[in-house]
Write a protein that binds this ligand. Structure first.
Ligand code: GRF
Length: 204
């Protein structure tokens, strides 16, 4: 009895509770960098790797500089489940999308239920859906004469920008703001709120 209790306790001692994150980014990667800096000294959360489907993505250079392995994959890697296999192998618990534009396959959503988190640079459900990314979003916001825009952090399902909303933050849009100015304001919100929101979700 005493022996088995000792083994039981020892087993518990060995369990690694670190939550491992993989960040998918195909743009400049400024959010990916911000998130990895945020968790740099965390004992609970680790950014294990960056993933990108664009050989020109800024995140590749950022990964090199930050010492974070960056995996570049093509459409075949998604189709034949090599990317999903790698996520498994790296024991990644949560997927973060920070400028990844492709639709997430059903198999990933099933493997990571409520464990895939995206940030959208507008206040969903407005200005979401296929083709609504980057400057397209900010241009549409300005053209529509919106008085505010912002960020939406949400879980991902297999439809564009429709998963359950986790957090929204808004910022004022002035009548003379250009799309570039709106983008800058929204990016300030992204860098302030994305990492702490991921932390809350990941740590439950
Ligand atoms: C951000 O605007 C984010 O909201 C969207 O993609 C953009 C990525 O920007 N999903 P960056 O590459 O992190 O600078």
């Amino acid at each position: 009895m005493t022996t088995s209790k000792a083994i039981f306790e020892a087993d518990f001692y060995e369990v690694d509770m670190t939550r491992k994150i993989g960040i998918f980014a195909s743009g400049s990667g400024s959010n990916a960098e911000q998130i990895s800096n945020y968790f740099q000294n965390s004992n609970d959360v680790e950014v294990v790797a960056f993933f990108t489907n664009s050989a020109n993505a800024g995140v590749i250079e950022r990964g090199r500089r930050l010492g974070i392995p960056t995996i570049v994959f093509g459409p075949e890697g998604v189709k034949n489940n090599a990317v999903l296999g790698l996520l498994n192998k790296l024991e990644i618990n949560f997927i973060v999308l920070a400028g990844y534009l492709k639709l997430i396959p059903e198999s990933w959503v099933e493997a990571y239920p409520n464990r895939i988190i995206n940030i959208h640079p507008a206040l969903l459900p407005k200005f979401g859906g296929k083709g609504m990314y980057g400057m397209n979003v900010h241009r549409a916001v300005v053209e529509a004469g919106e008085t505010e825009s912002g960020i939406t952090i949400h879980f991902v399902d297999s439809r564009y920008d429709e998963g359950k909303i986790i957090l929204q933050k808004s910022v004022e849009v002035n009548p003379n703001d250009t799309p570039e100015e709106v983008q800058k304001k929204v990016q300030v919100l992204e860098h302030e709120f994305f990492a702490p929101t991921i932390e809350k979700v990941v740590l439950g």
